[in-house]
Write a protein that binds this ligand. Structure first.
Ligand code: FMN
Length: 326
């Protein structure tokens, strides 16, 4: 299968949201959606104890490990650890507009140091046989020029990056905080379409405020793939029709009830048996009935009951009755 097919529809990395449980739920709903781990700093793997968690993290193929950092040697080692633990891709985070990133020189600020970024890409390419992709923006600040962007991209292509995921806006860390930088400055989808025209051999994945499958399909006329973050997290059942819509495959799941009873509940039960709290899992299911008649009642019941100490699956069964209007 051509590689671009794998990237046609991607679930965005979101720290604090797209953990391994969420990614497992994604996989129950869609076999082809490409999932991205939350950002992991390479030092957490090479110097900390995150290596231990990696094995559990890779379960939902196809899956990328998203790495942050600016230390080529550590990134190379971390990419090998990802390979050993069964990930399918290394994704370098060069787009995160957080003050922490500025202090530690990772994320967005690396767009201002394309030579170092390329070194990091090269280290990951040499560190493992996995493909290396870069997630970036159209610029690190409002004045970031087109020439600067092209230089950044070309140096990274030369270093071995064949696929860019572009959040289709620049950043503005002077005026906005991290969260505000996800809705401002304005989006420029056409700029990403033009990158695809300029570099047709490279894969281009468009990200930023794509809200529906229909919008995603429209973008796919101009780019190789789309990546959805908030719209998916806030409406997880959107994934149930991704395989048929985007990959011409039969869908895995046909109703929310089927998803819960056949997939999510057995998955959660196995983990409750090991002492994990219900809330770890239920938080990813709050959006399951989004846009359905009893969506609010479902969410409210879970929010009020699933977080209580010792909450059992009974809470989920009861919520299901409420959501289905039984
Ligand atoms: C809560 C939250 C956490 C995020 N964490 C990450 C992250 O760890 N790595 C990353 O590259 N982007 C992260 N992002 C950005 C998203 O991946 C995505 O680029 C952004 O939300 C725009 O896409 P969307 O409009 O489809 O949500 C995060 C976004 C949100 C809302």
């Amino acid at each position: 299968m051509p590689k671009y097919i794998l990237h046609r529809f991607c679930a965005a990395p979101m720290l604090g949201a797209t953990d391994r449980h969420f990614r497992s739920f994604v996989r129950f709903l869609s076999q082809k959606t490409f999932v991205y781990s939350e950002l992991v700093h390479c030092h957490a793997i090479t110097k900390g104890n995150y290596r231990i968690e990696l094995a559990e993290n890779a379960a939902a193929h196809p899956a990328a490990l998203q790495l942050a950092g600016c230390d080529p040697q550590s990134l190379g080692e971390a990419s090998y650890a990802a390979y050993q633990n069964g990930f399918d891709e290394i994704n370098l985070n060069i787009g995160c507009p957080s003050p922490k990133g500025v202090v530690s020189n990772f994320g967005l600020c690396l767009m201002d140091d394309p030579e170092l970024t390329a070194e990091c890409v090269r280290a990951c390419v040499q560190g493992s046989p996995l493909p290396v992709t870069v997630k970036c923006r159209l610029g690190s600040n409002p004045e970031y020029s087109k020439d600067k962007l092209l230089k950044f991209l070309e140096l990274n292509m030369a270093a071995g990056c064949r696929c860019f995921i572009v959040h289709a806006r620049k950043a503005d860390m002077q005026s906005f905080d991290t969260a505000q930088n996800r809705t401002k400055p304005p989006l420029d989808y056409e700029a990403v379409y033009r990158l695809k025209q300029r570099y047709p051999e490279t894969e281009w994945i468009l990200n930023g405020d794509i809200k529906t499958a229909k919008q995603a399909q429209e973008h796919l006329q101009y780019v190789d793939g789309v990546m959805l973050g908030r719209a998916l997290y806030h409406n997880i059942f959107l994934l149930a029709s991704v395989d048929s819509r985007f990959f011409d495959l039969p869908d895995l799941i046909h109703s929310r009830r089927e998803f819960l009873i056949q997939k999510a509940i057995p998955y959660i039960q196995a983990r409750l048996d090991k002492g994990k709290p219900l809330s770890h899992f239920v938080r990813h299911l709050l959006s399951l009935y989004q846009y359905q008649p009893h969506a609010n009642a479902w969410r409210r019941f879970l929010a009020e009951n699933a977080y209580k100490p010792g909450a059992s699956l009974d809470v989920l069964y009861k919520a299901l009755e409420i959501a289905e209007g039984v």
